[in-house]
Design a protein around this ligand. Structure first.
Ligand SMILES: [Zn+2]
Length: 297
């Protein structure tokens, strides 16, 4: 059975031209249709125009009157730390006073501060908190959001954060794409033992994340005083073997060469029965996006 939706009489239908990412001035290259309708069949745009028979073809409850409105593709936010507990207003004051990001972190602020609040937060509390952000994002036209874990840095909280993302995918219309960022900071339990922490993630957390399809991507904070190039390379190489697609937070504060590392790890996996884009089995969530494997920094 064909499932049809009609968005009718839009004052403008706006879409970028071309099929690749647009940058700078190219972003002005738009195709604009005026006073036309969109016929969608089984979730795909079938046609744009104005055919009188469309209204008869599509049931009344599947018609949206877009008179006086512009219709455009949804925005994608490819980098968020959506699920977290607590707030850090004091740190704005510290930052305004000239303190650097790393100084704030050394003082127990930054990621470690949020880690504590996220560990203490209930799953329901995190769902409600994140839902508020998603409602605001949707109101601004955002329809796909990448969401990272990384404020637990222990087994239970990392899993909890990704389960919250999974729950949210069921509860609201924005499509969420989950990323495992356990290697976001070295937690106090592993102070000065970053290597051991990476091994903990690889052995005690990530196999479960892969098994339960809780994340599509694996990310790491490659930064001076956080995870080195070698640690990041090791984590990402092993993550890739487990079927994760890869991301990196690179060269944000100090240029360690993270971008070069990102460029250096082959982007395509070989065969094998792992999760992920090759097998198609690793898509933990209701994503319908074009498959790609780009790096996001
Ligand atoms: Zn980030």
């Amino acid at each position: 059975m064909v499932d049809r939706l009609l968005i009718k009489n839009a004052a403008q239908i706006v879409t970028p031209e071309g099929k690749s990412a647009r940058h700078g001035r190219e972003m002005k290259q738009l195709k604009i249709y005026e006073n036309q309708s969109i016929l969608i069949e089984n979730g795909k745009i079938r046609s744009i125009g104005n055919q009188p028979d469309w209204e008869k073809l599509v049931p009344a409850d599947k018609q949206i009157d877009a008179s006086g409105k512009a219709v455009l593709p949804g925005f994608v936010d490819s980098h968020t730390h959506l699920v977290f507990g607590g707030y850090r207003p004091d740190e704005f004051l510290w930052r305004m006073g000239g303190m650097s990001y790393m100084e704030i972190m050394e003082r127990g602020g930054g990621i470690l501060n949020t880690m504590k609040a996220t560990r203490e937060a209930s799953r329901e509390g995190l769902v409600d908190h994140s839902m508020d952000f998603l409602k605001k994002m949707l109101a601004m036209g955002v329809t796909t959001v990448e969401a990272k874990s990384g404020y637990g840095q222990d087994h239970d909280t990392e899993i909890k954060q990704m389960e919250v993302v999974r729950d949210l995918n069921e509860k609201q219309p924005i499509e969420l794409v989950s990323t495992f960022l356990g290697a976001h900071a070295v937690p106090p339990e592993y102070k000065d033992r970053g290597d051991d922490f990476i091994e903990f993630l690889l052995k005690d957390v990530m196999p479960e994340v892969a098994e339960k399809h809780l994340a599509e991507f694996c990310d790491v904070f490659c930064e001076k005083g956080v995870f080195s190039i070698e640690q990041s390379r090791h984590l990402l190489t092993e993550a890739r073997k487990m079927g994760f697609k890869l991301k990196i937070h690179a060269d944000e504060i100090v240029s360690l060469g993270g971008a070069e590392l990102a460029g250096g790890i082959p982007k395509r996996r070989g065969g094998g029965g792992g999760r992920g884009e090759d097998s198609g089995g690793g898509r933990s969530i209701k994503t319908k996006k074009k498959k790609d494997n780009r790096w996001v920094t």
